[in-house]
Ligand binder design. Structure first.
Ligand SMILES: CCCCCCCCCCCCCCCC(=O)SCCNC(=O)CCNC(=O)[C@H](O)C(C)(C)COP(=O)(O)OP(=O)(O)OC[C@H]1O[C@@H](n2cnc3c(N)ncnc32)[C@H](O)[C@@H]1OP(=O)(O)O
Ligand SMILES: NC(=O)C1=CN([C@@H]2O[C@H](COP(=O)(O)OP(=O)(O)OC[C@H]3O[C@@H](n4cnc5c(N)ncnc54)[C@H](OP(=O)(O)O)[C@@H]3O)[C@@H](O)[C@H]2O)C=CC1
Length: 470
C-alpha cells in the first residue's frame, strides 16, 4: 500500500483554485488514490451563470473524473463547495463555513491565482499576494492543520538565470505594496507599475514572487512548502494521456498553429522548452503534502518541478513534433496549412508577421466583405499576435533551476510511492508526450470528432491557402 495514499485517508483537505487546470487534476488524483479521504473543501465562486453546485457537477461529470466514479462512487458527498471570492478581503465566506474550515482542515493546497500576464497590478496583488496572506492567517487559526502547500511558479524569479530552491527577497516589501494600493488611484498605479516590476517580464510573475515573500513572512509556526512548476502542460499518464482544458501557455499556440493561423513565431529554437506535465506536478504536490506534514522540516522548503535539467527538450524539437503530429492527426477546417517557422531575429519575425499573418488576414477580410459577411480575421490575428508577443519572453530564454529538494524527496519515497506518485520526469518520452498533447488539444479543447480525421487528412493533402471555410 502506498504510504502517501494512506496518509490522505480520513483527512479533510482544503483546495483553492480547484476549478482551475491544476486544481481539477489534483482533486482527481486525490479521490482516485485515497478514496477514503474524509472531505475535500473547495473555495469556489459562482461563474458564467453557474451556481457552485452546477460547477462541481460539471467537473465531476467530465471525462477527467470517469475513473474516480468507479473507485469512489460517493465522490459527490466528499466534495464540499464553499462559497468564497478571493478578491474580497475576508473571502466572503459565511461564519458557519469559516468555523467548519477552521476547526476541521488538515491540509491546504493553495492553487488559486490569476495567471493572466496582462492583469492589473491591483487585481493581481489582491489575488496572488493579499489572498495568500489572508489564507495564511486563516491557516494559523486551524488547530488540526498539518501542512500548507503553496503553489507558485518556476518563473517567479525569471529575472535571474540560475534559480535555487530558496525564497528570494523582492525589492519592495509586499506589505508596502498592499498598503499603497489601498489609497492610490488606478491611473497612478498604471504609471508606477513598470517601475515596480523592474526586470520581471509581467505582473503575473512579479506578484507570484511577492506571494512567496508573504508566505515566508507570515509563516508563523506553520508547516509550509512552496512548489514551483515551470510551464504546466497536458497530462502525461494519468488519468489518461493528453488531457488539457484551457487555452493558456502552449495550448493556445498549438491551436493557432494547427488551425494555420500562426505560421511563424519569434522563438529561439535551441532554448529549453521547459514544459512539465500537470499530473507530474500533482504527484509532487501530494508527495510534498505528505512529507511536510509527517517530517515537519524546520524551514519552508521550496520544490522546483521542471523538466529542463533532467530531460531537456527544446522549442525546435517541440515544433517539429507538433507539426509531424498535425500530419497524422490534422485539426479540422484550417485557415492555412500548418507551419512553424522559428526565428530569433526581430526583423525576420516582423517580416513573417506582415507576410504570413497580417496580409492573409486582410485578404480574407476583403473576401468576407465582398461576400457580404462581417470581417473578423484581422481582429482575431491582432489578438493572437498580442498573445504570442506576451509569451515571447519565455520562448527565447533558458533557465537553470536547481532541484535538490525535489530529488531529496524522490529518494525519501518508497518504491511503491515512487510508482504511484511518480514525478521523475527523466522517464518522459517527449515525442510520445507531444503527440498525445496535440491529440488531447484536438479532443478535449477543440472537441473535434476523431472520425473526421481521414477527411481532414484528405483536405490537408490538397490544401491550397488560405482556406475559405472558417
Ligand atoms: C508549433 C509550436 C508549438 C510551440 C508552443 C510554444 C508555446 C509557448 C508557451 C510559453 C508559455 C509560457 C508560460 C509561462 C509559465 C507560467 O507560469 S504562466 C501560467 C499560464 N498563464 C498563461 O499562459 C496566461 C497567458 N494568457 C494571458 O495572459 C491572456 O490570455 C492574454 C495573452 C493576455 C490574452 O488575453 P485576451 O486577448 O484578453 O484573450 P482572453 O480573454 O484570455 O481569451 C481569448 C478567448 O479565449 C477564450 N478563453 C479564455 N480562457 C479560456 C479557457 N480557459 N478555456 C477556453 N476558452 C478560453 C475567451 O473566452 C476568449 O474568447 P472570446 O470571449 O473572445 O470568444
Ligand atoms: N498553468 C501553468 O502553466 C502554471 C501555473 N502555475 C500556478 O499553478 C496554480 C494553478 O494554475 P492553473 O490551474 O493553471 O490556473 P487556472 O487559471 O486554470 O485556475 C485558477 C484558479 O483560481 C481560481 N480563482 C481565481 N480568482 C478567484 C477568486 N477571486 N476567487 C476564487 N477563486 C479564484 C479560479 O477559479 P474560477 O474557476 O472561478 O476562475 C481557478 O480555480 C497558480 O497558482 C499558478 O500560478 C505555475 C506555473 C505554471
Amino acid at each position: 500500500m502506498s504510504t502517501i495514499a494512506a496518509f490522505y485517508g480520513g483527512k479533510s483537505i482544503l483546495i483553492t483554485g480547484a476549478t482551475g487546470f491544476l486544481g481539477k487534476v489534483l482533486m482527481e488524483k486525490l479521490f482516485r488514490t485515497s478514496p477514503d479521504l474524509k472531505v475535500i473543501y473547495i473555495l469556489v465562486r459562482p461563474k458564467a451563470g453557474q451556481t457552485l453546485q452546477q460547477r462541481v457537477f460539471q467537473i465531476l461529470d467530465s471525462k477527467l473524473f470517469e475513473k474516480v466514479k468507479e473507485v469512489c462512487p460517493n465522490v459527490h458527498e466528499k466534495i464540499r463547495a464553499i462559497y468564497a471570492d478571493l478578491n474580497q478581503n475576508d473571502f466572503a465566506i459565511s461564519k458557519e463555513d469559516m468555523q467548519e474550515l477552521l476547526s476541521c482542515t488538515n491540509i491546504i493546497f493553495h492553487c488559486a491565482a490569476t495567471v493572466r500576464f496582462d492583469d492589473t497590478l491591483r487585481h493581481a496583488v489582491q489575488l496572488n499576494v493579499t489572498a495568500t496572506r489572508q489564507l495564511l492567517l486563516m491557516a494559523s487559526q486551524m488547530p488540526k492543520l498539518e501542512a500548507f502547500i503553496h503553489i507558485s511558479t518556476a518563473y517567479s524569479n525569471c529575472n535571474l538565470k540560475h534559480i535555487d530552491e530558496v525564497i528570494y527577497p523582492c525589492p519592495v516589501e509586499p506589505k508596502k505594496i498592499i498598503d499603497s494600493l489601498e489609497w492610490l488611484d488606478d491611473a497612478i498605479i498604471d504609471e508606477i507599475t513598470p517601475k515596480l516590476i523592474r526586470d520581471w517580464p509581467n505582473i503575473y510573475t512579479y506578484t507570484k514572487a511577492l506571494g512567496e515573500m508573504v508566505v515566508q513572512q507570515e509563516s508563523r509556526n506553520l508547516n509550509i512548502a512552496i512548489i514551483r512548476p515551470s510551464i504546466v502542460g497536458a497530462t502525461w499518464q494519468e488519468p489518461f494521456p493528453g488531457w488539457v482544458d484551457n487555452i493558456n501557455g502552449p495550448n493556445g499556440i498549438i491551436i493557432a498553429t494547427g488551425k494555420g493561423f500562426l505560421r511563424a513565431i519569434k522563438a529561439t529554437p535551441m532554448a529549453v522548452a521547459d514544459v512539465i506535465p500537470v499530473d507530474t506536478v500533482v504527484n509532487l504536490m501530494l508527495a510534498v503534502g505528505w512529507y511536510t506534514a509527517v517530517h515537519r522540516p524546520k524551514s519552508t522548503l521550496v520544490y522546483h518541478i521542471t523538466s529542463g535539467n533532467m530531460n531537456p527538450c527544446n522549442w525546435h524539437k517541440m515544433g517539429v513534433q507538433v507539426l509531424a503530429t498535425f500530419e497524422k492527426i490534422p485539426f479540422e477546417r484550417p485557415f492555412r496549412r500548418p507551419n512553424a517557422n522559428f526565428t530569433s531575429n526581430s526583423f525576420t519575425s516582423q517580416y513573417w508577421n506582415a507576410v504570413s499573418h497580417r496580409a492573409p488576414a486582410i485578404i480574407y477580410d476583403c473576401y468576407l466583405r465582398l461576400t457580404g459577411r462581417k470581417p473578423r480575421m484581422t481582429k482575431l490575428m491582432n489578438r493572437l499576435l498580442r498573445t504570442v508577443s506576451m509569451l515571447e519572453y519565455f520562448i527565447n530564454r533558458s533557465w537553470e533551476w536547481s532541484t535538490y529538494n525535489t530529488e531529496m524527496l524522490m529518494s525519501e519515497l518508497s518504491p511503491e510511492d515512487q510508482r504511484v506518485f511518480n514525478f521523475d520526469v527523466r522517464q518522459l518520452n517527449w515525442l510520445e508526450y507531444i503527440e498525445n498533447y496535440v491529440l488531447g488539444v484536438k479532443k478535449y479543447l477543440l472537441k473535434e470528432d476523431m472520425a473526421g480525421i481521414p477527411k481532414a487528412k484528405q483536405r490537408l493533402k490538397r490544401s491550397c491557402t488560405p482556406y475559405s471555410t472558417l
